[in-house]
Design a protein around this ligand. Structure first.
Ligand SMILES: Nc1ncnc2c1ncn2[C@@H]1O[C@H](COP(=O)(O)OP(=O)(O)O)[C@@H](O)[C@H]1O
Ligand SMILES: [Mg+2]
Length: 406
């Protein structure tokens, strides 16, 4: 089951960016909106009480996933609830596309913001379809429209409507409940989605799948998503931008995952992202992000003398990559393998050159190369044809703090 819809039509809405899953079904036609927090402070107690959120200013770009991350009690949920007006800021201003959330009519606020809360929060006494239809019902849609909407959203999040719409939350797995929660948040097609630890209650394997599916869903719907987690790995994986909070709702750093991992703004951030931040950065970049080196290529059937000449000509290369008729790598050969004359055959190559694909993360590429104790990986396309080489050195250079992210 996947949170994707069939068909590849991705129309451009009002010339901005692909925002729609399908124009035909109208599953999602509203792109994101800009959310801006301007010097926002929240104190739950009397004046002078410690602030839950302190002078927070953030601009959340339309269509991006902004992660709020930090230790427990640092003000993440409070921040989210202020966007939704469930909590009133003590001072400061929050706007959606320029409109102050404090002055928006309640109906308009519900139309603009979808909310996926911690522990899902489905209504246990309502069926799945009724749960998904809660906001449209509040907005006064007619029964038929709500039912149609619930059906298309359940399909969008990978739940077959006929099998799920009449069930109750207790009759669903944790992952299924989570999908219903997301469908419910999308029901009124809001430009903004708030997600508070949406995958927190799901086991690690299912969480990984839900994360991937959610990222694919977001590629289609392009909502502005404010996503709370306390898990830094989830933040790095899911975020276009990450806001790292310190206790008291103090913003420690707000930047892309790459930039935060490359240059943490403080010791707190450095400790929070972990000692292995170099490796974490490698998991954000892919083989295709690095320039590939050309290999000295030898093709099966070629004259050994020709290959020898090519190897001597390429001063730095002691090895040539032997490929078959379809450019697929067979293994490495050296000067010794091409001594004498006559055409070379496949058995001349020492097999075992590890192959990598352009989509392989640098972290995985490095593990493969280190495990096979060779210095060069052969990058191949989906037809296994050689595209070029990537070296352990080139990958390790990305570990240096001053190296730019992809
Ligand atoms: N309704 C409330 N009344 C009083 N204090 C609260 C309330 N909600 C949260 N707090 C306090 O505000 C701080 C931030 O809480 P919260 O925003 O829930 O943090 P997080 O979501 O990062 O765990 C905590 O110290 C918490 O105890
Ligand atoms: Mg919280």
């Amino acid at each position: 089951m996947q949170w994707t819809v069939a068909g590849d039509a991705t129309p451009i809405i009002s010339g901005v960016r692909p925002a729609s899953s399908t124009a035909e079904t109208g599953v999602a036609t509203t792109a994101g909106a800009v959310v801006e927090l301007d010097h926002v402070t929240k104190r739950y107690g009397p004046p002078g009480a410690p602030a839950a959120v302190s002078d927070l200013s953030l601009t959340i770009t339309s269509g991006e996933i902004c992660i709020l991350v930090g230790p427990s009690g640092c003000g993440k949920t409070t921040t989210m609830k202020m966007v939704n007006r469930l909590v009133e800021p003590t001072s400061g201003r929050i706007t959606i596309d320029g409109d102050d959330v404090m002055t928006l009519p309640a109906v308009e606020l519900r139309r603009r913001i979808g909310y996926v809360i911690q522990q899902v929060g489905l209504f246990p006494h309502l069926t799945v379809a009724r749960n998904v239809g809660v906001v449209p019902e509040l907005l006064g849609w007619d029964r038929e429209r709500i039912a149609g909407r619930a059906e298309e959203l359940l399909e969008l999040v990978g739940l077959e409507s006929a099998a799920f719409r009449d069930r109750y939350p207790a009759e669903l797995s944790g992952g299924e409940r989570q999908r219903v929660g997301v469908a419910r948040a999308l029901a009124a097609d809001p430009p903004v989605m708030l997600m508070d630890e949406p995958f927190g209650a799901v086991d690690p394997i299912r969480r990984e799948r839900l994360q991937n599916e959610f990222l694919r869903l977001q590629e289609r719907v392009r909502k502005t998503i404010i996503f709370v987690t306390h898990d830094v790995d989830e933040a790095i994986k899911m975020g276009d931008r990450i806001a790292i909070f310190q206790r008291g709702g103090v913003l420690a750093q707000y930047d892309t995952p790459q930039a935060i991992l490359a240059s943490p703004a403080s010791e707190f951030v450095e400790r929070f992202v972990g000692a292995d931040r170099g490796l974490k950065r490698l998991s954000l970049a892919r083989v295709r992000d690095l320039p590939l080196t050309a290999a000295v290529i030898a093709r099966v059937g070629e004259e050994r003398g020709e290959i020898r000449k090519r190897l001597t000509g390429a001063r730095e290369a002691a090895f040539a990559l032997l490929v078959d008729e379809a450019d697929r790598p067979l293994g490495w050969i050296d000067g010794h393998d091409v001594s004498g004359s006559g055409p070379i055959d496949a058995t001349a190559a020492t097999p075992g050159a590890p192959t990598l694909q352009p989509e392989t993360t640098l972290r995985d590429a490095l593990s493969v190369l280190l495990a096979s104790s060779v210095q060069l990986g052969v990058v191949v396309d989906h037809g296994e044809r050689v595209l070029g080489l990537i070296s352990v050195d080139a990958i390790s250079q990305q570990l240096r703090p001053e190296a730019n992210g992809p």
